[in-house]
Design a protein around this ligand. Sequence first.
Ligand SMILES: Cc1ncc(C[n+]2csc(CCOP(=O)(O)OP(=O)(O)O)c2C)c(N)n1
Ligand SMILES: [Mg+2]
Length: 321
Amino acid sequence: MMMYSREFLEQLYRTIYTIRIFETQCIKLYRQGLIIGYFHPYLGEEAIATGVCAALRKDDYIVSTHRGHGHCIARGGQLKKMVAEVLGRETGYCRGRGGSMHIADPETGNIGANGIVGGGIPIGVGAGLGISIRGSNQVVALFFSDGASNNGVFAESLNLAAIWDLPVIFVLENNQYAVSSPIEEMSRIPDLHRRAEGYGVEASMIDGNDVLAVFEETQKAVRTCCDGNGPVLIEAKTYRHGGHHVNDPGLYMPKDKLEYYKTHDPVTIAREHLMSRSDCTEQDIAEIENGANQAMSEAIEFARNSPQPSVDSFLEEVKQN
Ligand SMILES: Cc1ncc(C[n+]2csc(CCOP(=O)(O)OP(=O)(O)O)c2C)c(N)n1
Ligand SMILES: [Mg+2]
């Protein structure tokens, strides 16, 4: 591993911890009946969004999924507007009309989450085609998981991206489940990056729980894409810390495997990276955590004090002139 500056490791830790606290606090709000609809926590997968987004430049794009809060936060999304959206309030990213699965943020190049599994994949390839036509030096980080990779759209999109040499980084968040279906039963080859070879696409597999491993692999992928040798596929192996969504207890997940991944925790690993520097103390860690906790409390207060959309405004965005 390279030596990293304290500022950089602190930034990674702040992001990864903020994602953890966002999900943990939102689950509490859900249990209080304040969130309606589905909520898919990113708990256990935080290092992927954090590491990937740390390697992107300001003008790059991301395309997210139904499990998208971490991507949005890592890209610099605003907690207040996120919590407000998740709570269905007028001050949210989509004025409370979209909820958890539909947050997009053009200011940070976040093309958006998507409730359709695999729906983001062709959108990301389209964004890559746009970059290629404009001849700009941007890249797209396209997040999706193992279940989406079994949709036909993945094959078509990867092939188009390959024959058109598009600057798209396919970030396959292999959390080894699509709802309750384990990847070993859904694919003869559970190491899904191997599929990329069939399309002539460079691919690798990394520990998705180690934020620096994710960062380093993404940096390489950005370079490859900018040299005109994209697309690239990165398979980041990870595991959910619980069921598919808040109301799924995940009883089908083998206890020993879940225990292993909870111990091999992305937040703990990021903290260890930071603490490996001799100039970082427990006090510094506490300050980062207190700052993130405070920002999240303020976001919750902002959202809870925000109005619900009024019923007469519901047709505003769909009204024909
Ligand atoms: C096209 C489509 N089919 C089915 C669903 C229902 N559904 C929601 S999430 C999900 C599983 C997705 O698994 P994966 O792509 O591995 O994502 P993960 O939940 O692991 O992040 C399914 C089947 C959907 N939203 N869209
Ligand atoms: Mg999955």
